[in-house]
Design a protein around this ligand. Structure first.
Ligand code: SRM
Ligand code: SF4
Length: 573
């Protein structure tokens, strides 16, 4: 649909009475296209916080108010307001930055954030610890290098993922370009962003051609995968595109719909769900499919219960056939039958790889995506010095790692030397390489338990058990989230953890080794001792009873240790 065309006002499910709408719907409607009183709150000198409603609106601009939870109790004792600060997330479709952009982000992290850069599992950067007086100049700093934060959070189309694909430069370039085009097409059009952050006066009255004044019922996520890597976890996306590459040429994409991880403990109507493959589209059909899928969700998603507002529930409630028919009628074309494709892994492959254009790419392990300097490893400084001489680009991976990309063969040794000179030696264990952890404490307001700060220690203990059982060479996927929202996509890991309380986790077992199967809860609300004892037992069985080449998750299902979850709706059974 062109921007000039006005969609019908179907910005809410018309079966739901207005008075029942969730408060956030009223807030969006009354916000004047996301302005609220953000501008006034930013200059209020009496507090480093902003109004709670403005906080909800600022999410659409990639900004979350948080407080340092490590300091919360002490500040309460001292009768001080919490240590308010902000997390700021960039919109970076496909997760690629130039060396110039890297250097700017590095400098801004030092001057405006907590001195670290956090790579997310949707291939962008987060800044933590930004205080209110520095927010505006941070956003303006991004703008100087062509970056922004709009729709990095909020009820809109979020950051679009695209496989970093070190081996396939041509396909990577095409899907990266597409990710950018889809992101631009689905980008909110409100002038509030430029008005609030860049001090620009709106040129014309606001109009949101795709969203309407109440945007989406909830976040919406899109990703492009390139088999055999399912590194973007395509089945966890609301809308996924799986590249079909034949004879080195991109032919089009298989389309998946209805993936999502978020759930709430003790709310059985919430569950993770894997996307269903509904057909094949050519590259020129990607934008219409993305637009119409998102706007079908805009029109039919639940605007009363935010726990039930993701596209996955719309699909389960109304049925896949309904959706395919609705998509066909809006798009004006039918999807072709899905084409054969095969995934082998959803993890990264590290070290140097040569791509089909003769350039080289170094995939660097980044522990939980946190780029910082410490006494031993000066990762932030290493990457700064590489960015100063690198002529290619940096690609963020969906597993929170980094590809130093497009390096000429002659320049490889210089990258190696710079990494070594800063103590960045690539020797993470296999389990560590295949692990993902969400941020959690101390910044995440929703965290119930540690994740980023705890998983490396737990992994060390789990590895000791694996060594005892003689299975340390098995590439098991492990993911931890500090709460059931599932930001690390834990419900598709072979071993998944979600936080319940300090030191207490649910443990899930039996996910697919390349993100193709949900796991199932095996232990509820337990501490480390119980986790390790249980894993010790299953590792011993795996060591003794596995078939040749059988992945750990598959074994758990075949051996009857875990009952297979065949559909999201069965997850809580
Ligand atoms: Fe997430 C909320 C961090 C990927 C599901 N997520 C949050 C917030 C913003 C907490 C909040 O609302 O106050 C976290 C900020 C923590 C902090 O201090 O930085 C947060 N999510 C993250 C990141 C940084 C985790 C990471 O360590 O990489 C990821 C940022 C991705 C990005 O660049 O956009 C991140 N979050 C995910 C994913 C994985 C994905 O998208 O592939 C999921 C599961 C997939 C899905 O959406 O279903 C995810 N985050 C959630 C949810 C649950 C949504 C739901 O449907 O119920 C919430 C809570 C919410 O939205 O109410 C949430
Ligand atoms: Fe925070 Fe929970 Fe997401 Fe972890 S999973 S970052 S604790 S919302």
């Amino acid at each position: 649909m062109s921007e000039r065309e006005q969609p019908p006002d179907r910005s809410r499910d018309l079966t739901q009475p207005v008075e029942k709408l969730h408060d956030n719907e009223r807030l969006k409607a009354a916000s004047n296209y996301l302005r609220g009183t953000i501008a006034q709150g930013l200059v209020d000198p009496l507090t480093w916080a902003i109004d709670e409603n403005d906080n909800k609106l600022m999410k659409f601009f990639g900004i979350y108010m948080q407080d340092d939870r490590d300091l919360r109790d002490e500040r309460r004792r001292q009768k001080l307001e919490p240590a308010y600060q902000f997390m700021v997330r960039l919109r970076l479709p496909g997760g690629v930055v130039t060396p110039r952009q890297w250097l700017k982000l590095d400098a801004l992290a030092a001057s405006h954030g907590n001195g670290t850069l956090r790579l997310t599992d949707r291939q962008t950067f987060q800044f933590h610890g930004v205080v209110k007086p520095k927010l505006k100049s941070l956003i303006q700093g991004f703008r100087e290098v062509g970056l922004d934060t709009i729709a990095a959070c909020g009820d809109d189309n979020r950051g679009i993922m695209a496989a970093p694909s070190p081996h396939h430069s041509r396909v990577h370039a095409q899907i990266h370009e597409l990710a950018g085009q889809v992101s631009a097409h689905l980008r909110p059009r409100t002038s509030a962003y430029a008005e609030i952050w860049y001090d620009e006066k709106p040129a014309a009255p606001d109009h949101e051609p795709l969203y309407g004044p109440t945007y989406l019922p909830r976040k919406f996520k899109i990703g492009f995968a390139v088999p055999p890597a399912n590194d973007i976890d395509v089945y966890a996306q609301d809308l996924g595109f799986i590249a079909i590459v034949e004879d080195g040429q991109l032919r089009g994409f298989n389309v998946t719909v209805g993936g999502g991880m978020g759930r709430t403990d003790n709310a059985p109507h919430t569950y993770p769900r894997l996307g269903d493959v509904i057909g094949f589209v050519t590259p020129d059909q990607v934008i219409p499919v993305a637009e119409h899928t998102m706007t079908i969700q805009r029109d039919y998603g639940d605007r009363v219960d935010r726990h039930h507002a993701r596209f996955k529930y719309t699909l389960d409630d109304r049925g896949l056939e309904w959706f395919v028919a609705e998509l066909r009628s809006r798009a004006g074309f039918a999807l072709q039958p899905a084409r054969p494709c095969r995934f082998e892994r959803n993890t990264d492959q590290f070290g140097w790889a040569e791509s089909d254009d003769g350039l080289w790419h170094f995939t660097l392990f980044v522990l939980n995506g946190r780029i910082r300097d410490d006494d031993r490893v000066r990762l932030m400084s290493a990457l700064r010095s590489i960015a100063a001489v690198h002529a290619g680009e940096f690609r963020l991976t969906p597993n929170q790692n980094l590809v130093i990309s497009r390096v000429a063969a002659a320049d490889r040794s210089r990258i190696d030397s710079l990494l070594a000179a800063h103590g960045v030696m690539q020797e993470p264990s296999l389990l560590q390489r295949n692990a993902v952890s969400c941020v959690a404490l101390p910044t995440c307001a929703l965290a119930m338990a540690e994740s980023e700060r705890y998983l490396p220690d737990l992994i060390g203990r789990i590895e000791a058990l694996m060594r005892t059982s003689g299975i340390a060479d098995q590439p098991i996927t492990i993911r931890m989230s500090g709460c059931p929202n599932g930001c690390s996509r834990p419900y598709i890991a072979e071993i998944g953890f979600t936080g319940r309380a300090p030191g207490k986790y649910n443990m899930y077992l039996g996910g697919g080794a390349h993100g193709q199967r949900l796991n199932r809860m095996h232990l509820e609300n337990v501490g480390e001792e119980r986790i390790l004892a249980t894993l010790d037992e299953v590792f011993r069985r795996y060591a003794g009873e596995r078939h040749a080449g059988e992945p750990f998750g598959d074994f758990l299902i075949r051996a009857g240790i875990v009952r297979e979850v065949k559909a999201g709706r069965e997850f809580n059974d």
